[in-house]
Ligand binder design. Structure first.
Ligand SMILES: [Zn+2]
Length: 451
């Protein structure tokens, strides 16, 4: 692999040029900004790097995904999942340079998407180029999938994958993110929680009333908060009937993996200004287990009444809230939605209107997968530190679309570092992180052809 690694270092300027080309082209899915040009630019870049590339149409006129393929004489096919859409750059005044005019300052490269996720696209292309320049072929068949709507919840991905299933089949998938933690240990995650977001609303009066009428009028806020509170007991446990039924208990390996995750208690306490340990959570293991393995029911927002300056004494006619539920394997968001509806009726809240806003299935790769072993051992060789494996992240994402529908193991291996300011102003990447990410991908490609 020495030749391949040297090629990655010797051609790093070319990789940076490709990355800058992608970052210069805005592709902000939340604002529908830049999609007249971005899809074709990415498609052409894949072609320039030797892949057979095409745009995949997305249901509901969503932003197209880009698909690149390289056929080798291997019987193994590896998939890369990434995305070319980025988060909005706002607040712009906090950027030290234009988010869409990439800039190199010291050994850091700045711009929106520099790390998430155009940095990962560039790193993977650098690995591909190294093999094609030196060996004229890739060690494995490759499918490169680049989504255009990841940052807005991959809302059309399930439909897209169902349509293109035959061309998307592969034996394993490298996820869009991943990287190292503050101390440089590789972080590998192999699962994500699912999610269900709902809106609940109630309209008890035809018009806001003077609050002197409150003794004789019903309160929408009171009804709504009572409905929300009915979902949990005093210990904060979710008590919706059926909610937990499908959950599969963690096995020994998954528990051990969670219990060996680092202790971030201090960092979280400093960041959020609260004490986390005490009461029912006694140790970091309790915290991590709760964070990574349990489903959640969380209120995102409540809107009702008058929230402007001064005061206004009213009985508001209307109240609404949004709630998100993070789900763990094998919970099904559509079933969970039905359980919530039934719960509200059973508890006497048939006056509450409910509507689903977003749903995503959970997914977790088997801890005993050969593919995970390979990604772990190759991470250790590249980063020289023992990798940490998370059976599933606390967050959600479209892993089920690949792992569940296309039935393949998924591991993360990326360029991320906690200092990259992903989703925030001054997003950046170091040249080192880019190069290490590319080498890790190259080593995975090589080893994958050998298992
Ligand atoms: Zn992101």
């Amino acid at each position: 692999m020495e030749k391949i690694f040297n090629h990655i270092d010797q051609h790093i300027e070319e990789t940076i040029e490709t990355l800058f080309k992608m970052v210069s082209q805005p592709s902000v899915s939340a604002q529908n900004y830049g999609f007249d040009k971005a899809p074709n630019l990415i498609k052409n870049i894949l072609s320039d790097y030797g892949l057979n590339s095409q745009l995949l149409n997305t249901p509901n006129n969503g932003n197209p995904s880009i698909f690149g393929e390289f056929k080798s004489n291997s019987n193994k096919t590896l998939m890369f999942y990434t995305h070319y859409d980025v988060m909005p750059a706002e607040p712009l005044e906090l950027w030290e340079s234009d988010p869409f005019k990439p800039e190199k300052r010291g050994n850091k490269l700045y711009g929106r998407g520099m790390s998430d996720d155009k940095g990962n696209i560039a790193a993977r292309l650098a690995a591909i180029k190294a093999f094609l320049d030196i060996e004229n072929k890739l060690p494995t068949n490759l499918k490169f999938f680049i989504e255009g709507e990841e940052e807005i919840g991959s809302r059309n991905l399930l439909g897209l994958i169902e349509t293109y299933k035959p061309i998307l089949k592969a034996d394993a998938c490298i996820w869009e993110g991943g990287g190292v933690n503050m101390s440089g240990s590789p972080l590998i995650y192999i699962g994500l929680k699912g999610g269900l977001t709902i809106k609940m609303s109630v309209n008890k009066l035809s018009v806001d009333a003077h609050s002197s009428y409150s003794p004789i009028l019903p309160s929408s806020i009171d009804r709504l908060t009572k409905a929300m509170n009915s979902m949990k007991n005093d210990l904060g446990q979710i008590i919706i009937e059926g909610f937990h039924d499908a959950i599969i208990d963690l096995n020994k390996e998954q528990r051990e993996a969670i219990n060996s995750l680092p202790d971030d208690t201090k960092e979280w306490e400093d960041k959020f200004g609260v004490k986390l340990l005490g009461n029912d959570l006694e140790s970091i293991d309790d915290l991590n287990m709760k964070l990574y393995s349990e489903p959640t029911a969380n209120v995102n927002s409540i809107q009702s009444g008058y929230n402007g300056p001064g005061m206004k004494s009213v009985v508001p006619a209307y109240a609404e809230c949004k709630m998100d539920f993070r789900l763990v394997p094998n919970q099904n968001p559509a079933e969970i939605y039905e359980y919530i509806k039934k719960h509200l009726i059973k508890k006497g809240f048939s006056d509450i209107e409910i509507e689903p806003l977003h749903q995503i299935f959970p997914f977790r790769t088997d801890m005993n997968s050969d593919f995970l072993d390979l990604v772990k051992t190759s991470a250790f060789e590249i980063y020289n530190k023992k990798p940490l494996v998370t059976p599933n992240m606390a967050g959600s994402g479209p892993m089920y679309e690949f792992g569940g529908l296309l039935k393949m193991p998924i591991c993360s291996a990326g360029v991320d570092h906690p200092t990259h300011n992903m989703h925030a102003p001054n997003e950046n990447i170091t040249i080192d992180d880019l190069s290490l990410g590319a080498k890790h991908i190259a080593l995975i490609m090589k080893r994958f052809s050998e298992i």
